[in-house]
Design a protein around this ligand. Structure first.
Ligand code: CO8
Length: 261
């Protein structure tokens, strides 16, 4: 598969997607979104891949949807294609994937860029990372999860302020507020993100998928229903042969040899 707006690499069991439109701050054109969707779908189908990683450059993650491309769009067109989804691929591939996906953010992640990072399972940031939902300055609003995921991640007060004013949050504030899991130096970020993805890919895949589903339940349901979901999932992990291998290896003081990686 040839990609024009992203770089796609396989590094061991990690599928790496690098946004690559440096001239326009990695603006997320429809073609780029389609390519990200296609790359995710290909990695989902590839049994050798256990974790995905999406990143920009040291300078920028992504400055949002491509404003020049969006400027003349009409409502009917957006509605029919269900933008930012695109029939067959696009944003829904990101939302519906089952494999874990990390975002490594250095520089700005604005608008759709912030939403793309938040649609991943967690964000690792460099000290130069900045997050924002500046759509209001264009007289539009977040359209790919910004009002929902930002609010869940950092709470109503900060999310409301950011969406209503376009104020950006720096890496330190993002870490304090729970938007990112860790802040690293620019030099460390991409290496550490890859190492983290490799660590996840080395675990037993079925239980990795199950843990993702269970954590995501915390966003979707009541505490009682979430706890019940977790308990049933925990119990059913005992049906995996990797679970008995994992525990047996611990007891025998040796490395586990999981069948499903
Ligand atoms: N779209 C298109 N082109 C862009 C974008 C963008 N989002 N951001 C930057 N560029 C281009 C500029 O037009 C400029 O191009 P050129 O050299 O041809 O003039 C080049 O990148 C460099 O930009 P600047 O000269 O502006 O560089 P600065 O360092 O002065 O500023 C900023 C960098 C702060 C990133 C600034 O460019 C900016 O504010 N960009 C727009 C940010 C924004 O408003 N983002 C939200 C977009 S709307 C959105 O995301 C809606 C989400 C809905 C769902 C989306 C799903 C993908």
């Amino acid at each position: 598969m040839a990609y024009e707006h992203i770089l796609v690499e396989t590094k061991g069991a990690v599928g790496v997607i690098t946004l690559n439109r440096p001239r326009v701050y990695n603006a997320l054109s429809m073609a780029l979104i389609a390519e990200v969707g296609q790359a995710i779908t290909a990695f989902e189908r590839d049994n050798t891949i256990g974790c995905l990683l999406i990143q920009g450059s040291e300078k920028v993650f992504a400055a949002g949807a491509d404003i020049a491309e969006m400027a003349n769009k009409e409502y009917a067109e957006l509605f029919m294609s269900d933008f930012p989804n695109l029939p067959g691929d696009g944003w829904d591939a990101l939302e519906s994937r089952r494999k874990p996906m990390i975002a490594a953010v250095s520089g700005m992640a604005l608008g759709g860029g912030c939403e793309l990072a938040m649609a991943c399972d967690f964000i690792l940031a460099s000290e130069t990372a900045r997050f924002g939902q500046p759509e209001i300055k264009l007289a539009t609003m977040p359209g790919a999860g910004g009002t929902q995921r930002l609010t869940r991640a950092i709470g109503k007060a900060k999310a409301m302020e950011m969406c209503l004013t376009g104020r950006m949050m720096d890496a330190a504030e993002a870490e304090r507020s729970g938007l990112v899991s860790r802040v690293l130096s620019v030099e460390e970020l991409f290496g550490e993100a890859l190492k983290t993805a490799e660590l996840i890919a080395a675990q037993s895949r079925p239980v990795t998928l199950m843990i993702r589903e269970a954590v995501d339940q915390a966003y979707e349901t009541s505490l009682a229903a979430g706890l019940k979901f977790e308990r049933r999932a925990f119990q059913s992990s005992f049906a995996f042969e990797d679970r008995s291998e994992g525990m047996q290896a611990f007891v025998e003081k040796r490395a586990a040899n999981f069948r499903h990686r």
